[in-house]
Design a binder for this molecule. Structure first.
Ligand code: ADP
Ligand code: MG
Length: 234
């Protein structure tokens, strides 16, 4: 039995065939819309980083993606750009949920969404510990497009709120710093949150290091959806 499991997971670990667009490929050539490339230009961002070249096309194509790249390589925009592009086409309900292990990361991610999404009137909402629950509930009731949350506080809202957090229309689940999120610390919180998301969502896992628990989550989702993840590393 054990042997079978090992063999299976070894097979799945084999890199899937994928192509990364060459350096100097533009955001436009990756499929990013003009309104976003214009915003990027105004931020002095001209060319995509390697992890962005690797991940933006499969995310736009609807794939579940694991993106591995070291800190500072631009992983946030690698998921935020394709999410914003899809959101601009279909802005209904809470569109994206981004989970991250710390408040600081949540605020940083929210800031990138805010800047990149300024042309489409993006409503983002940060849900983290240490902020007033009532204020957050009111913000959640205003139906943000993107929720950026630490797991503990989001769980509190799901438990306490009378329908303020409706995750039933989420199209994208992002686990940023997935290695840390999928550590035992957050397991009980994630166990409460994930069942509230629709099964047909796109799942994006971003991490600096690959761990067994990331691969376990991938295996569980692949089995359920009968659809493979794309692995992209830079
Ligand atoms: P990571 O999550 O991989 O640690 P971040 O997404 O936080 O990295 O990005 C690190 C920094 O790089 C941010 O300040 C971000 O604005 C910047 N950045 C992102 N994409 C690009 C790019 N294509 N060109 C230049 N800078 C970028
Ligand atoms: Mg990051």
């Amino acid at each position: 039995l054990g042997g079978g499991r090992v063999a299976n997971s070894t097979k799945r670990l084999a890199p899937k065939e994928h192509v990364i667009a060459p350096p100097n490929t533009t955001f436009g050539e990756l499929g990013v819309d003009d309104w976003l490339t214009d915003t990027l230009k105004s931020m002095q961002i001209k060319l995509p980083t390697e992890i962005q070249r690797a991940c933006i096309p499969p995310i736009l194509a609807g794939k579940d993606v694991i993106g591995g790249a070291k800190t500072g390589s631009g992983k946030t925009a690698a998921f935020a750009l394709p999410m914003l592009q899809k959101l601009s086409e279909d802005p209904y309900g809470v569109f994206g949920l981004v989970l991250t292990p710390t408040r600081e990361l949540a605020f940083q991610i929210a800031e990138q969404f805010r800047v990149l999404g300024k042309n489409i009137g993006l409503k983002e909402c940060v849900v983290v510990g240490g902020l007033d629950m009532m204020k957050q509930s009111l913000e959640l009731a205003r139906r943000p497009h993107i929720i950026i949350a630490t797991p503990g506080r989001l769980r509190d809202h799901i438990r306490s709120s009378s329908g303020a957090v409706n995750l039933s229309r989420v199209k994208f689940l992002v686990m940023d710093e997935a290695d840390r999120l999928l550590s035992p610390t957050f397991a009980p919180d994630l166990g409460h949150i994930l069942p509230h998301l629709p099964k047909n969502r796109q799942t994006l896992l971003f991490t600096a290091t690959m761990t067994e628990s990331i691969l376990a989550l991938r295996d569980a989702e692949e089995d359920e959806k009968k659809k493979p993840f794309v692995h992209m590393c830079s």
